[in-house]
Write a protein that binds this ligand. Structure first.
Ligand code: BES
Ligand code: MN
Ligand code: ZN
Length: 506
């Protein structure tokens, strides 16, 4: 999908569809006003005689508008002028792109980006970047595995976003560059996440990592740590989780070197990459168990964020880790009651083999000490309890360092990839006491998202650390199930903000 910015000139676009906004109560936007004048009041007369009232997402397609050269005009409802916020803006663009795509248009010019309506905290950069991201999101489909590919209705391949001032062109172009990098990375992250678990195993993730380093060989190198090396290192908690599976546990390490000073301490992103979570011996109920193929969405989001860093050439050092393995029952599987010695030396009593994510992550949190990290963020579909707490709107945020938590919150505000902070205080830690080992791998009945984070916190004392529980946000459930690509946008924004800090201080 090609996205560009231009100073919108109504006369120039003969073969494209023009997209313009209509506000609630059939109020015309300034550009609609202009078209109405050119067409001798045609727009207004059509609207009055139609059901188009300007409600958010309502559409009306007009053909053969008098004195207008372009093929068609798509009217899109924008709601009340003063109600337009980030979320509604995205909804309107999403609906527009879907409509254009379904109607078979190949090209369009969209005037919604120059809507002279103030959206709180949103400048030209924000409007163009998010229009670009939403456009790609709206045409996404995963049909690689279908014989009869969905009919090629997805014909839209070029969208021009209109700007009103010449002075906005350079920032608009910059926003497109960022938007395209993020959109492309979200798409790949979704593709990897949507891949079924018989194809997407830890070795598949490692292959993806290798391809990333081939594509960006100047800046990215990768290596992987398999079971043999994990055994030598003593990553016994990670190994225990994968022991019941025929697929080898593989930790893929992606190193991106973009900092001016190569010795700069890296930001580390760790993604839970459980390519299928049956629960192990503590077997899950079978209903919706298919969705546990998404238990590697954290790893996919790390992949996406690393790709953004490379494409935007961010002046940072970043190490991304995809912690791949599979949690299966069987005669080799670890059991409830087992005690494992983690890489940190702390012993863990396994009380539930379905609390496997924290066992994988704790060894990685220790492994990465060798990189002397500046900041560590892990991303994991860690607990059903987080979905109970926050539903599907926000990811859970936990951190041992307030400034880092605030940075992540800021990035979430900027992108609309929302998070909400939950506590990890001493009171909760007591739930993890074990009678036979240093720690138990589960707490009591309540506050499951917090006790899981508390478990991880015990392995993250040596650096600034944040944990994102994306169990409720990484995918949509049900018949139209699919990965959302979250939180690639959030992580990308966090990295872009860090990069801007570096650029400003140099
Ligand atoms: N991957 C799951 C968490 C999950 C469950 C995410 C459902 C999204 C939807 C994780 O490995 C898990 O099974 N967690 C258990 C922990 C419990 C045994 C303490 C859970 O949340 O039930
Ligand atoms: Mn589990
Ligand atoms: Zn899991």
């Amino acid at each position: 999908m090609k996205c560009t910015v231009r100073i919108g000139n109504l006369e120039k676009y003969k073969h494209t569809c023009i997209v313009i906004g209509i506000f609630a109560s059939r109020r015309l936007s300034p550009i609609a006003e202009k078209l109405d004048k050119i067409s001798d009041g045609y727009i207004r007369s059509v609207i009055i005689n139609s059901s188009m009232q300007g409600k958010i997402g309502q559409t009306l397609l007009l053909h053969h508008v008098p004195k207008i050269f372009s093929k068609c005009i798509l009217l899109i409802g924008c709601g009340k002028k003063r109600d337009i916020n980030q979320e509604n803006y995205k909804k309107i663009i999403y609906k527009t792109i879907q409509e254009l795509n379904n109607s078979g248009f190949t090209k369009a010019i969209c005037f919604l980006t120059e809507t002279p309506v103030h959206i709180k905290g949103c400048n030209v950069y924000w409007r163009i970047r998010h229009a670009t991201e939403v456009t790609h999101d709206a045409v996404y489909s995963f049909n690689q595995l279908k014989n009869k590919k969905k009919l090629p209705t997805s014909s839209l391949h070029s969208v021009i976003f209109s700007l009103s001032k010449n002075s906005e062109l350079s920032i608009g172009t910059h926003a497109i560059t960022h938007g395209l990098a993020i959109a492309a990375s979200i798409k790949i992250a979704k593709d990897i996440s949507n891949m079924p678990p018989n194809i997407c195993n830890a070795s598949y993730l490692a292959t993806q990592a290798r391809q990333l380093s081939e594509e960006w060989s100047q800046k990215i190198t990768t290596y992987s740590v398999g079971e043999k090396e994990m055994t030598e290192l003593g990553m016994n908690a990670y190994l225990a989780v994968g022991h019941g599976s025929r697929n080898e546990s593989i930790m893929s390490v992606i190193k991106y070197s973009g900092a001016l000073d190569p010795k700069t301490n890296p930001i580390i992103l760790i993604g839970k990459g459980v390519t299928f979570d049956t629960g192990g011996i503590s077997l899950k109920p079978s209903e919706n168990m298919d969705e546990m193929k998404y238990d590697m969405c954290g790893a996919a989001s790390v992949y996406g964020a690393m790709r953004v860093a490379a494409e935007l050439n961010l002046p940072l050092n970043i190490i991304g880790i995809m912690a791949g393995c599979e949690n299966m029952p069987g005669s080799y599987a670890y059991r409830p009651g087992d005690v494992v010695t983690t890489l940190s030396g702390q012993t863990v009593e396994v009380l539930n083999t379905d609390a496997e994510g924290r066992l994988v992550l704790c060894d990685v949190l220790t492994y990465i000490e060798r990189f002397q990290p500046n900041t560590v963020i892990d991303i994991a579909t860690l607990t059903g309890a987080c979905v109970v707490a926050l539903g599907h709107h926000m990811s859970g945020l936990f951190s041992n360092y307030n400034p880092l938590a605030n940075e992540l919150r800021a990035a979430a505000e900027q992108t609309g990839d929302h998070i909400w902070r939950l506590p990890i205080t001493e009171q909760y830690q007591q739930q993890l006491d074990s009678s036979v080992a240093d720690i138990a791998n589960i707490g009591k009945k309540y506050a499951g998202a917090i006790t899981a984070a508390c478990f991880l916190a015990r392995f993250a004392h040596k650096y600034h650390w944040a944990h994102l529980d994306i169990a409720g946000t990484a995918w949509h459930s049900g018949r139209t199930k699919g990965a959302t690509g979250r939180p690639v946008a959030l992580l990308s924004q966090f990295l872009i903000n860090r990069a801007n800090r570096v650029i400003r201080s140099s």
